[in-house]
Design a protein around this ligand. Structure first.
Ligand code: GTP
Length: 730
């Protein structure tokens, strides 16, 4: 039997989460004796229904709901849109918590890392499991800050559906676009929730329009707001033509009343809702042939007669086909609109059996996640998300299978028994889950332990953190021997530093934060080199001639070519050594020791004395390429970032003046409600400490998002200043 386990590390306790997809009848067993009850920490948690007295039978029913009743969903959005607040409300209304947590008070369930509670932001994804009206929902709250994009992507791989949360006063923001693209890549059906309808400047129409324009999605308006901003009271259910109003005296939003819209009491709202319902029916009919036939046949004269269930079923089909997205609205903070959102999750998002997963594997220990608490479980069936521990060699993004042969067997089965049209490696490739795209780290800094004796502890901590977070890269500087951290941004590196202290008890010292530059060459240069060395009684003699030149199209890796004059027989034995030599020298350019890019290398001649070792061939090629690179005209490339700053009109001028000084190139200034959104490019080198400066310039009212656009040539003056600074001349 084979499992396809989708792994992602959930927290610092190095627990990996598995999504087990079982189309067979396989069960995963662990020792029932090890069953433990969850231990509530600080917050007021409801006990799991049926868990009293280690009742294994009821436990099985809790953890094994029918697969059609399971929803594995993620919550995704731009930073601060309200994902964590929405998740808190969901947990409260579903009965998982008995009190409402608040990000601003730092007592939410899903933001359980100390850094998350202190900063009020989500850094790691947290998983929680709860039940809603007979459905089992496994929910993952993902971070919104651009430094943690990878964390979002690795979650999306294990999800079957997602709720995209928007700030209704801002509509689609920079990071929403990024996560939306990621969800497109992983083909995840979505529902949009326009949150913060109570906020000044909230606009349902504006937010819907931005979904249409920026995400190029087709919004299906399942709700309309009753009031906006200060007057927001509740929502209208367009499908059932009902008004949902939250009782103002019920502080926690548990009580709300559902009333049919009547001509006598709500003539305007009824008219508006009827129009919205008719438009919705037409929209869905355009996207779904089966529904179009139904509508045109029986109900073409009067859409009012169309039963709600028929419309809901068709909306579900178009949502799963990802040809449109249902849109709902509310205010998580004011406890309005969450229960209908949960209904929509169960109604419109897919169950795991509606996604194409195939495999299963035996593992030793399973845990069900409840944010930072876990309960050990004896078995788990298809479609659930669980954790496992103790996988020593597994890193984030891996797919686990029980053995190579079972992987191959599964691939064959997937392809149809007996068909052998794929080579072995292709077959393995085909059953792997989509990999995570790891963004290039753009910042780096050295890190030192408090004493040399602690270096092994630091190495261990970094190794664990690196496995958990592939966007963190750790390397050793070959010249200084120092350990170097490479990360996605200032905040990312700060958090890693903090985690080393809190989780591994090590007080480390960070060097100044530096930019990850690249280097290239501007002209073509030839060089020859000979290495002649006798070791023991063996003579090693190699002579090579190489040409280095700039490539026409961008290429992160060196392009390696061989002249026709180089003997194929010689290449057979030495090609790997030659290419290793070239790759290693291109990792450290001659100007700053940064990686080279856009470089092509041609080997024009190669003479090897019989008995010469491949290490010597590699060393000679490296030295020769290095010689050529040194002779060439060289250029430093700096990371150029896409920048988006959202600022109120009053502060636009100081923000623009500041960006001009930072070599910013403004492309566009958009108007978004009362805000201006400045969109442009800026060299990363100019953005150190920008969050603090922006906060001061705008009295804390602006936000910004930064993302790597490309690497661009530095101008000669800036380049020479940088080189002088690096060589200690200034
Ligand atoms: N007015 C208003 N504020 C809200 C609402 N929901 C959340 N907020 C506030 O918005 C801020 C961000 O909320 P979070 O729930 O932390 O947002 P998030 O999307 O989880 O943020 P990250 O995890 O950092 O990406 C907090 O100050 C919340 O109190 C809402 O419905 N209305």
């Amino acid at each position: 039997m084979l499992t396809n386990l989708r792994i992602f590390v959930m927290n610092h306790q190095k627990i990996s989460s598995l999504h087990i997809n079982n189309m067979c009848f396989c069960k995963i067993r662990t020792s029932l004796k090890r069953l433990k009850l969850p231990v509530p920490l600080g917050r007021n948690y409801s006990s799991l229904p049926g868990l009293i007295g280690n009742d294994i039978k009821s436990l099985r029913s809790i953890i094994n709901p029918p697969i059609a009743k399971i929803r594995n969903i993620g919550i995704m959005a731009h930073i601060d849109a309200g994902k964590t607040t929405t998740t808190e409300r969901i947990l409260y209304y579903s009965g998982y918590t008995r009190s409402l947590g608040d990000v601003d008070d730092g007592d939410t369930v899903t933001d359980f890392m100390a850094q998350e509670r202190e900063r009020g932001i989500t850094i790691q994804s947290a998983a929680v499991t709860f039940d809603w009206k007979g459905y089992r929902v496994n929910l993952i709250d993902t971070p919104g800050h651009v430094d943690f994009t990878l964390e979002v992507e690795r979650c999306l791989r294990v999800l079957d559906g997602a709720v995209a949360v928007f700030d209704a006063s801002a509509g689609v923001e920079a990071q929403t676009l990024t996560v939306w693209r990621q969800a497109d890549k992983h083909k995840i059906p979505r529902i949009c929730f326009l949150n913060k309808m109570d906020k000044t400047g909230a606009s349902f129409n504006y937010a819907v329009e931005s979904i249409r324009e920026k995400l190029k999605a087709k919004p299906l308006l399942l709700q309309l707001p009753v009031g906006e901003a200060k007057t927001f009271k509740g929502v209208v259910d367009v499908i059932n033509k009902e008004k949902l109003l939250w009782n103002p005296s019920s502080g926690d939003g548990k009580d709300f009343e559902r009333k049919p819209l009547l001509e006598a009491s709500d003539p305007e709202l009824l008219k508006e809702t009827t129009e919205a319902r008719n438009a919705l029916i037409e929209q869905v009919a355009d996207l779904d042939d089966e529904f179009a036939d139904l509508v045109l046949g029986e109900f073409s004269e009067n859409f009012d007669l169309l039963p709600a269930e028929k419309l809901q079923t068709a909306i579900r089909r178009v949502t799963l086909a990802q040809t449109a997205v249902p849109v709902l609205c509310g205010s998580a903070l004011k406890n309005k609109g969450i229960q209908p959102l949960l209904d929509a999750v169960t109604m419109y998002l897919p169950s795991p059996e509606e996604c194409n997963y195939e495999f299963l594997e035996r593992i030793s220990r399973l845990l069900l996640p409840f944010a930072d608490q876990h309960i050990e479980i004896p078995l788990l069936t298809a479609g659930n998300i669980a954790l496992t521990v103790g996988l020593k060699h597994t890193a984030t993004g891996d797919t686990i299978a029980s053995s190579k042969s079972s992987t191959l067997a599964a691939a064959r089965r997937a392809e149809g028994e007996g068909e052998k049209k794929y080579k072995q490696s292709d077959e393995i490739e085909r059953i792997l889950l989509a990999g995570v795209e790891i963004p290039e780290p753009v910042f780096f800094c050295t890190i030192e332990p408090p004493s040399m004796a602690k270096q092994p502890d630091l190495d261990h901590a970094l190794k664990c953190l690196e496995r958990e977070d592939p966007s963190l890269k750790v390397r050793v500087d070959p010249d200084s021997g120092q350990t170097v951290l490479c990360g996605m941004g200032e905040l990312h590196i700060e958090i890693i530093h903090d985690r080393i202290k809190r989780e591994y008890g090590l007080e480390t010292y960070l060097g100044p934060l530096q930019i990850a530059y690249r280097e290239t060459i501007l002209n073509s240069v030839r060089a020859t080199d000979t290495l002649d060395r006798t070791l023991g009684d063996k003579r090693h003699l190699v002579t090579v001639e190489v040409e280095t030149r700039p490539t026409e199209t961008s290429s992160a890796m060196p392009v390696i070519e061989y002249a026709a004059s180089v003997s194929e027989d010689l290449l057979k034995v030495s090609q790997e050594a030659i290419e290793n030599g070239i790759h290693s020298v291109c990792l450290q350019g001659p100007l700053l020791g940064s990686p080279m890019q856009d470089v092509a290398i041609t080997l024009h001649s190669l003479i090897i004395h019989p008995g010469t070792s491949t290490t010597m061939i590699s060393a000679c090629v490296s030295r020769c390429v290095q010689k050529a690179l040194k002779k060439a005209n060289k250029q430093v490339l700096e990371p150029l970032m896409n920048l988006e700053v959202t600022v109120t009109k009053d502060y636009l001028s100081p923000v623009l003046a500041d960006l001009a000084q930072r070599r910013g190139n403004i492309q566009e200034i958009q108007t978004r409600q009362d805000n201006k959104v400045v969109i442009g490019f800026v060299p990363l080198a100019e953005m150190m400490g920008y969050s603090t400066v922006l906060r001061t310039l705008t009295s804390g009212s602006a936000t910004f998002a930064l993302e790597l656009a490309t690497y661009q040539a530095m101008n000669p003056q800036d380049q020479s200043t940088l080189l002088n600074r690096r060589s200690g001349l200034t």
